[in-house]
Design a protein around this ligand. Structure first.
Ligand SMILES: CC(C)(COP(=O)(O)OP(=O)(O)OC[C@H]1O[C@@H](n2cnc3c(N)ncnc32)[C@H](O)[C@@H]1OP(=O)(O)O)[C@@H](O)C(=O)NCCC(=O)NCCS
Length: 297
């Protein structure tokens, strides 16, 4: 299915400039509910984090960052990032009052110009029917997904995880690269370092240094991402994240074929239900075992 185009040179759309950052953060804050993986924070705290995220995307991926305006006001934004030949949609939002007017489709098309020359592309979609139309219309394949949440049955946590999985820091992010090359089809150690900037976020690695079999990122039982080259490593990593839960544990974007994850999450006592789909395009890795993150996939 070919992408339908809004007219080129449409004055409603522009690259996101330095002076748009505040307004774009306000649009994102009022349009997208905080992700369950996000840290608990005040509105001011969330706005500051969104501003920093938008600034960073603008600095590293300028041609992926776009705004849509109505009557001169920013009412929508798209942020796309690329790393090692893989493009990801990090954020797409149109203010409620401006929705259903073609801005979302136009923003996605423009952020996809940043995918030129990339092998593959990934999107973590919301369940919004408009988002699903926009991504499918741009030639992406839909992978239905589930999410899991609930308290962890601590008695179910297997013994001996420490022999399989080690805690790591930003300096070890290079250990994720061979895993991501195989699983995602492209590396993104710099994005992992950014994820670890948020307090209480942990990185775990499976396998010996230099021979990593997988990695996992989470925050207090909220699974941010897991990728591995074999299911045994992926399951140990997922259990390690769940063992960090203080209250509700959560995993999202569990696509078909990730039965290794469903098995662990059900054994841990979490409830499994539907989630927004993941969309893929082009040449990626095995995508298995893989739980992609929301903002960096
Ligand atoms: C999803 C979102 C970005 C889409 O942007 P938008 O400007 O509202 O959508 P558009 O007007 O571009 O419409 C997109 C498609 O949905 C269709 N559409 C419009 N209103 C619709 C509705 N109420 N129900 C179903 N489809 C609808 C449009 O016809 C269009 O399809 P087409 O290109 O095949 O004609 C926007 O609605 C939004 O911010 N939603 C909340 C946050 C969110 O879910 N963001 C996506 C995160 S992955």
């Amino acid at each position: 299915m070919g992408a339908r185009r809004t007219p080129p040179g449409d004055a409603r759309f522009a690259l996101l400039g330095a002076s748009d950052v505040d307004a774009a953060a306000r649009v994102a804050n009022s349009t997208i509910p905080p992700s369950p993986e996000a840290p608990a924070e005040s509105v001011d705290g969330r706005l500051a984090r969104l501003r920093a995220r938008i600034e960073r995307a603008r600095a590293t991926d300028q041609s992926g960052a776009w705004v849509a305006r109505e009557d001169g006001e920013v009412v929508g934004l798209a942020l796309a990032l690329r790393s090692d030949g893989v493009w990801v949609l990090s954020l797409l939002a149109v203010s409620p009052a401006a929705q259903s007017g073609g801005l979302g489709r136009g923003l996605l098309q423009r952020s996809l110009t940043h995918a030129d020359g990339c092998r593959g592309a990934l999107i973590a979609s919301s369940s919004d029917p408009r988002a699903i139309r926009v991504y499918a219309g741009a030639g992406f394949d839909l992978r239905p997904a589930m999410a899991a949440s609930g308290p962890v049955d601590r008695a179910a946590i297997p013994a001996g995880l420490d022999a399989l999985v080690r805690a790591a820091g930003p300096g070890d992010a290079v250990g994720t690269e061979p895993v991501d090359a195989a699983v995602r089809g492209g590396t993104r150690a710099a994005h992992i370092v950014q994820l670890l900037d948020v307090p209480d976020t942990r990185l775990y690695l499976a396998g010996r240094a230099g021979e990593e079999r997988g990695y996992a990122i989470g925050r207090e039982g909220r699974v941010i991402a897991v990728a591995a080259t074999d299911e045994a490593a992926a399951q140990a990593l997922l259990w390690r994240l769940l063992a960090d839960a203080r209250g509700t544990a959560m995993a999202e974007r569990i696509t078909g074929g990730q039965d290794w994850a469903i098995e662990v999450l059900l054994r841990a006592g979490l409830a499994v239900g539907p989630d927004g789909p993941v969309f893929t395009r082009g040449r990626l890795g095995t995508l298995r075992p893989f739980l992609p993150s929301g903002a960096y996939l």
